[in-house]
Design a protein around this ligand. Structure first.
Ligand SMILES: [Ca+2]
Ligand SMILES: [Ca+2]
Length: 189
């Protein structure tokens, strides 16, 4: 490849990236009205909390709910030494934008073995709040996710595990045809 070809190729790649990044977000209206949030939902209790993105969700959950958000059993054992703070274990985090962007919700459980031994179902994402002060919901808004250490995720287009199904055992920066469709989900082994 000549130097000119390489330059053109690089420019085209950069151009494509720029176009991709400039594409309007599907939740643009909501995002324009509200700051991006980091949110948390506890499986067993339904406890939930949001902070503005970057303002320390884990610290807020620890202060308000006496729960320390951790990734797996090893980390939890380390934290629990000499401490009465209860660990809560990450199942996964979903994002309302592609590339792990925008408002997020982290789903956790009190079961240390997480998806190695259990499945965790949310039949109605219409009921999962992003925030106490924002009327937006996870429903029809998820476009990327990061999974906890032991979990894969399944998403359905409709509530109560109906409609088209999408699953993955690895993190996804975009869900393709499932973007902004999911209305129920589970984390499972
Ligand atoms: Ca979205
Ligand atoms: Ca849906």
């Amino acid at each position: 490849m000549s130097a000119l070809s390489r330059t053109l190729s690089a420019l085209m790649t950069a151009g494509l990236l720029a176009v991709s990044m400039a594409a309007p977000a599907s939740a643009a209206t909501k995002e324009a009205e509200q700051p991006a949030l980091d949110c948390w939902v506890q499986y067993e209790t339904g406890e939930n909390h949001c902070v503005k993105q970057g303002e320390g969700l884990n610290a807020a959950v620890l202060n308000l709910y006496d729960k320390r958000i951790v990734e797996d059993g090893d980390e939890a054992a380390q934290y629990r030494d000499g401490s009465s703070v209860q660990a809560t274990y990450i199942l996964g985090t979903v994002y309302i934008d592609q590339d792990y962007g925008g408002t997020s919700v982290t789903f956790t459980t009190s079961i240390s073995t997480t998806c190695n031994t259990h499945s965790f179902r949310w039949p109605e994402l219409t009921d999962v709040r992003w925030s106490d002060y924002w009327s937006g919901y996870a429903n029809d808004d998820i476009e990327s996710f990061v999974l906890g250490p032991n979990c894969k995720i399944g998403l359905w287009a409709d509530t109560y595990y109906n409609g088209s199904y999408y699953d993955s055992a690895t993190n996804r920066s975009t869900l393709g045809w499932m973007n902004n469709q999911a209305s129920s989900l589970w984390f499972t082994g």
